[in-house]
Design a protein around this ligand. Structure first.
Ligand code: SF4
Ligand code: SF4
Length: 335
């Protein structure tokens, strides 16, 4: 059932979660997604360059620790423990969808990632509907994409003037909202109108059902060389992307205490595919940027029932220092 709360009621509710260490959101002071201690520190998701991907897959994550004196006998896993009732508040619906795509990869057959899944299964995901989409947003270009999308979401919250409307999507979300007051027919009518207006503002003209077409341009040297010549290989596009999930694993030690850890990695880095022999199958930026575009708009779709690994959040478009725009590449690939 759809519920509602005033701004103050929501803050009071969040205060009790924050007191128990059960609230994650964007922090005003750091600009990052993190545990929140003081509700006055909660920012709008658009105030952060990043998505909440780091809550599920930290940029530097210890996987296990051990002692160098007896490595086998002392291995200890370091899976996150999420207290029951912990909430992740405020992500955009496109980010929830992106993290759901990573979940699909990290929870597949025998390859289930215990670190990612411990957070995924333990946290209640409350997304906030985008009532003011940005000029770079193109979520509606994808089948099922919407500024009020519900993929990967337990509860969808939307702000109407000074009150919030909550639409539980999963049973977990429904149970969580039990104590809140039901929304009125008037609230729901207003909500419908706001959703319609906001959705109409989003660019829906980017061609995205292009898995086969893009693949047919794999050997188009001119296309990839021109984009590769501009690309700096900085990896910003991958680090800000909510659906990029490549990582590296290393060991390090201080004296006899060692840990195995993973860090985000990026297909745009020159060493990403370099082999121990020194051979690099993607020796220049031309091959690396082609790989990124192919993975986003062709390879993933071929493997996962036509679903693209881009959700149209627009972050890579906003943050690329040389204005490489995935929307233009999609257009060019189809002309
Ligand atoms: S952000 Fe732009 S310049 Fe940097 S790696 Fe990505 S496409 Fe290349
Ligand atoms: S628009 Fe760019 S940053 Fe956003 S999901 Fe697509 S590829 Fe990733």
């Amino acid at each position: 059932m759809t519920k509602k709360a005033t701004e103050q009621e929501l803050l009071d509710f969040f205060s009790s979660l924050a007191r128990d260490g059960k609230l994650f959101a964007v922090s005003k002071s750091s600009g990052k997604w993190q545990r929140i201690d003081d509700v006055s520190d909660i920012a709008n998701a658009f105030d952060s360059t990043f998505s909440p991907k780091n809550i599920f897959m930290p940029q530097d994550q210890s996987l296990l620790k051990f002692s160098l004196t007896d490595p086998i006998g002392t291995i200890e896993g370091e899976t996150s423990i999420i207290p029951t009732g912990t909430v992740l508040w405020g992500m955009h619906p496109c980010d929830a969808r992106a993290i759901d795509l990573i979940h699909r990869v990290f929870n597949e057959n025998e390859y289930r990632d215990p670190y990612f899944n411990a957070v995924w299964n333990g946290i209640i995901r409350i997304a906030v509907g985008c009532t003011e989409p940005q000029a770079t947003c193109f979520c509606t270009s994808f089948a099922g994409g919407s500024p009020f999308g519900t993929q990967g979401v337990d509860i969808l919250a939307t702000k109407l003037d000074s009150r919030w409307i909550f639409e539980p999507i999963t049973q977990t979300g429904d149970d969580f909202m039990k104590s809140f007051e039901p929304a009125s027919d008037n609230d729901i009518a207003q909500l419908t109108l706001i959703k319609k207006h906001a959705t109409e503002k989003v660019d829906c003209n980017v061609p995205t059902d292009i898995a086969a077409t893009l693949w047919s341009r794999f050997d188009d040297n001119r296309l990839w060389q021109e984009i590769g010549d501009r690309c700096l290989g900085c990896g910003i596009c991958t680090f800000v992307c909510p659906s990029c999930y490549c990582f590296d694993i290393n060991n390090e030690h201080i004296d006899k205490n060692a840990r195995r850890y993973r860090t985000w990695d990026a297909c745009q880095f020159s060493l990403f595919t370099q082999e121990a022999s020194g051979h690099n199958p993607r020796p220049t930026q031309k091959e690396r940027i082609r790989q990124r575009m192919m993975h986003k708009l062709s390879f993933f779709a071929k493997r996962y029932d036509g679903t693209q690994l881009c959700v149209g959040c627009g972050r890579c478009v906003r943050e690329c220092p040389v204005n490489i725009d995935i929307r233009d590449i999609a257009q060019r690939a189809t002309t």
